[in-house]
Structure formats: C-alpha cells, structure tokens
Design a protein around this ligand. Structure first.
Ligand SMILES: Nc1ncnc2c1ncn2[C@@H]1O[C@H](COP(=O)(O)OP(=O)(O)OP(=O)(O)O)[C@@H](O)[C@H]1O
Ligand SMILES: O=C(O)c1ccc[n+]([C@@H]2O[C@H](COP(=O)([O-])O)[C@@H](O)[C@H]2O)c1
Length: 189
C-alpha cells in the first residue's frame, strides 16, 4: 500500500510553516508522498478574497522543488464548501491502493468536534496532529501526534505584514513572493 499524507488548507498564501509540517510528517511516518489540497471555500471561515486560481498558482510554486510533494485540485474543481469528509471519500474511491493521513495543526485539532460529519470522518481517515503556538494538541479523538519544531507563522501574519509594508522574506518561498508581487496580491505594490 502507498502511504500518502494530505495537507488541506486555504493557503492564502502558502508559507514555510505549511512546507515544514508536511516534510516533518513525511519523514516521521515514512510516507511516499504528500498531497497539498487547496480548499475552494473553507468550511469554517469566510470565503477568501484571494481567488482559487491565485492560491493554486502560489501553492504550485511553493512545492515545485520537492519531488514528493504534489498539488491535488479536487476541492477547487468541486467548487462550493470544501468538506473534508467529501474529499476523503472520493480520494479513497479513486485510489484504493493508498492509505491516507490527514495532517492538521493544533488549531484544527481543537476545532475537530465542529467538523462536518466528524463521527463519520474519524472512522474513515487517520488524522495526524502537529503543535502550533497557543493551541493544545489534547483531544479525545484518536490522532497520531508528530513532534515538529514550533514555527509561529500563519497566512494571517503574512497578509498583515504585507499590508504594513513589512518583509516576508524567509517566511514564504521566494517564488511565492514573486507571484504575490506580480499579481499585486494582498495590497502589494
Ligand atoms: N505554522 C504552523 N504550524 C503548524 N501548523 C500549521 C502552521 N501553519 C498552518 N498550519 C496548519 O496547516 C493547515 C492549513 O492551514 P491554512 O492554510 O489555513 O494556514 P493558516 O496559516 O492557518 O491560515 P490563516 O492564518 O489564514 O488562518 C491547517 O491544518 C493549519 O493548522
Ligand atoms: O470538513 C470540515 O468540516 C472542516 C472543518 C475545518 C477544516 N477543515 C479542513 O482542514 C484543512 C485546514 O483548514 P483551514 O481552514 O485551516 O485551511 C482544510 O483542508 C479544511 O477543508 C475541514
């Protein structure tokens, strides 16, 4: 069986926190690949102001230099709210020879009780939780915990820094910053 980690997210924009947790879980669980799944519309927050097309372009640049990272566009092609339970069912149907692991940060671990059809979801997918500043990994759900170096970066922080004219160098890959500049995203000049 092939072992594949899934990192779902809004990626608005993608940053080194995303890449680092994917690589750490890849190594710790001896995965074959990690698939990055940008959501079309996040289930639990306001729809992003950044188009799915722009988020996909940034993500594709972010993972380009890693031969075991792949982009999966299942959610942006499905449109509507991107519920994980729907995504997992389709992936399992289309890749029956693969075991999936869904990677989430501690903020999403805390939020798990509120996920759509969580009782069904928890039966069909193995969650992998990683720590994140200000959130707890404690949960009664059966998650695998992977220890990572804590890195306090978020897409919100990147958007705020750009708005304030602060540098985001070393927080996002240079290629992601290039797309941000070229497309004037987040108010960048
Ligand atoms: N620095 C980080 N450390 C650990 N997990 C992270 C980190 N950044 C993101 N994640 C996890 O990656 C997944 C996708 O995150 P997402 O694309 O929403 O980024 P975000 O930085 O949390 O965005 P925002 O600030 O807009 O909410 C989530 O499971 C989230 O918990
Ligand atoms: O299915 C749900 O109800 C659900 C609720 C919260 C988060 N998720 C998924 O968890 C991933 C991280 O979410 P986010 O919004 O932090 O980018 C992303 O793939 C979301 O679709 C899914």
């Amino acid at each position: 069986m092939k072992k594949v980690g899934l990192l779902g997210g809004t990626f608005d924009p993608p940053h080194y926190g995303h890449l680092m947790i994917a690589e750490e879980v890849f190594q710790a669980l001896k995965l074959d690949e990690v698939w990055f799944i940008p959501s079309y519309e996040p289930p639990h927050k306001e729809k992003s102001n950044t188009s799915a097309e722009d988020r996909v372009s940034m993500l594709s640049e972010a993972i380009a230099d890693n031969d075991h990272f792949f982009l999966n566009k299942i959610e942006v092609e499905r449109l509507g709210k991107s519920y994980t339970v729907d995504t997992i069912k389709i992936l399992q149907e289309t890749s029956p020879d693969t075991i999936f692991y869904f990677i989430i940060g501690a903020d999403m671990v805390e939020y798990l009780p509120n996920w759509y059809k969580i009782n069904e979801l928890i039966e069909i997918i193995q969650f992998v939780g990683v720590k994140r500043s200000n959130y707890k990994l404690n949960t009664s759900y059966p998650i695998i915990e992977v220890d990572i170096p804590e890195f306090e970066v978020s897409s919100t922080m990147i958007r705020n820094r750009l708005r304030e004219g602060k540098s985001i160098r070393y927080l996002v890959p240079e290629q992601v910053y290039k797309v941000i500049r070229e497309r004037h995203l987040y108010g960048s000049k």
